[in-house]
Design a protein around this ligand. Structure first.
Ligand SMILES: Nc1ncnc2c1ncn2[C@@H]1O[C@H](COP(=O)(O)OP(=O)(O)OP(=O)(O)O)[C@@H](O)[C@H]1O
Length: 472
């Protein structure tokens, strides 16, 4: 087992708020709002629309409308991208003039106006996650990687599906169901990513309620069963699942106090009911994208939802299963001969600060390097060659996580935990020189990586009543 002090690129860029690799030279004096706006546009390859807007001092809240009205030279394709971008921001189906950016800490109850311009989105470190995605520019191996053929999952987008098809899929979903909570901004942001995507890349994200999952543009929801407390209170299960639709039966009272039930139906690309095991969850979500990690892909899988909705329950088994498959593939001759190795790191964002969960909660710093790439300075990365070691690291990291109790969950995660599995290609010469130096990170070139992010839960007012002191 090798250990190195790594200055690793944080998070992964495949999911939210990707920005163009190496591009976008935002000077240090640039206004934070402009920088966010530029990144936001960059995520769809529309960075050229950012500079004229930035210089005109337009209120950023009006930006979506202004752009949709055709500000700047926009081709039909750009308009489509913009529309998609807007739709993804428009998380709660609210008007495009008030795009909603779900925040890791405030999902569910935030007003739309907090969205685009909220501190979370502006890059307040406390929000962490969104910026993590925004800034992940970890450069992937540019050279050709020999890869194994693999069978995409039926849920994965088609082989030839490119960006435009993403758009079409999103629009068609929008037609199907306006209330769909799509967070995806899956635009490829550079040539490398575009080609990888065309090469059948699946992007995976996990979002809220029970659990929502994104694979590229595929959205999955997992419903959890009633918990002990809910059963003890003889609560009704108000969520039913049928095919790829989920119905919430909301009990209501008329003005004359007659009870009635209002149904809210939501359609997704797939819905996993309460009988689905974690193994099945893995099979339909993460497993199909594992081979793509060897094909210069950065993938993210994250769980998003209210406290007690089952994020940790769903997320915790996944990295180990993924590591099993990654290690198995690493041992195949095609990859072994290319000197591929698997590296693991695990850290959390708690109270706006970063802590290394595998190094006695050592405090970490996020820095931007000369190429505007975000690095987590001091993050320990461990080479893992077998699954048992991965298991030990995961258990160690989980035990170090910040937890507390909420009304809905006795052992509630109070931090965002990010576990990264990185496949690197090592050259013989550099390997022999490896020591505990930051440069070690570069001794292997990143081929691909997958990140698992278990977000801290958001809380309804009702869930905060029994919070323990630490949580409060
Ligand atoms: N699909 C499921 N099947 C069985 N039990 C589940 C399922 N999902 C969640 N649970 C149980 O519900 C409880 C809360 O789950 P979990 O801790 O994963 O929630 P969470 O969303 O991570 O909450 P928080 O945001 O507060 O950390 C746990 O006891 C967990 O075992």
């Amino acid at each position: 087992m090798q250990q190195t002090n790594a200055a690793a690129g944080a998070g992964t860029g495949t999911a939210l708020y990707d920005h163009a690799g190496g591009g976008g030279s935002l000077g240090p004096s640039a206004d934070a709002g402009d920088a966010v706006m530029a990144r936001w546009l960059q995520s769809a390859g529309l960075q050229h629309l950012a500079s004229p807007l930035a210089s005109t001092g337009i209120d950023h809240r009006l930006l979506p409308n202004i752009l949709m009205q055709g500000y700047g030279a926009q081709s039909a394709e750009e308009k489509q991208r913009l529309f998609k971008l807007m739709r993804n921001l428009n998380f709660n189906g609210e008007s495009v003039s008030e795009p909603y950016i779900p925040s890791a800490q405030t999902s569910g109850g935030v007003s739309a106006s907090d969205g685009f311009y909220s501190p979370d989105f502006r890059g307040d470190f406390g929000a962490g996650l969104l910026d993590l995605h925004a800034m992940d520019d970890t450069e992937l191996l540019s050279e050709h990687v020999i890869s194994e053929p693999f069978d995409p999952s039926p849920l994965m987008p088609g082989v030839s599906k490119g960006f435009e098809n993403d758009f079409n899929l999103t629009s068609s979903r929008q037609q199907r169901e306006q209330t769909d909570t799509d967070l995806s901004i899956p635009s490829p942001t550079n040539e490398k990513e575009t080609s990888t995507k065309e090469n059948n890349v699946a992007k995976i994200k996990v979002v809220s309620l029970g659990e929502y999952w994104h694979m590229d543009d595929i959205l999955l929801v997992r419903k959890r069963p009633l918990n002990k407390k809910e059963l003890a209170r003889k609560e009704d299960d108000v969520v039913t699942v049928y095919d790829n639709a989920l119905t919430v039966h909301e009990p209501k009272l008329k003005v004359d106090l007659t009870a009635y039930v209002e149904k809210h139906e939501f359609c997704f690309d797939a819905v996993l009911d309460e009988h689905v095991t974690n193994d099945e969850v893995y099979r339909v979500t993460v497993e199909p994208i594992i081979p793509t990690i060897f094909q210069r892909t950065k993938a993210t899988c994250f769980a998003y939802g209210q406290t007690g909705s089952g994020k940790t329950f769903t997320m915790q088994p996944l990295p180990l299963r993924a590591a099993e498959d990654l290690v198995r593939l690493l041992h195949q001759p095609v990859y072994r001969n290319q000197r591929f190795k698997l590296w693991l790191s695990f850290f959390e964002i708690y109270g706006g600060k970063l802590f290394d969960l595998l190094s006695e909660r050592k405090k970490l710093c996020m820095r931007e390097d000369g190429r505007q790439q975000v690095c987590i300075v001091g993050l320990q990365e461990f080479e893992v060659s077998d699954v048992q070691i991965v298991k030990e690291f995961i258990e160690k990291g989980n035990a170090s996580r910040s937890t507390g109790s909420t009304g809905a969950n006795e052992e509630s995660s109070r931090s965002h935990a990010i576990l990264q599995l990185v496949v690197k290609k090592h050259s013989e010469v550099k390997d022999s020189r490896r020591n505990n130096d930051v440069n070690d990170y570069r001794s292997g070139k990143v081929v691909g990586k997958i990140s698992f992010i278990d977000l801290a839960g958001s809380e309804r007012g009702a869930d905060t009543t029994d919070n323990d002191r630490q949580t409060r």
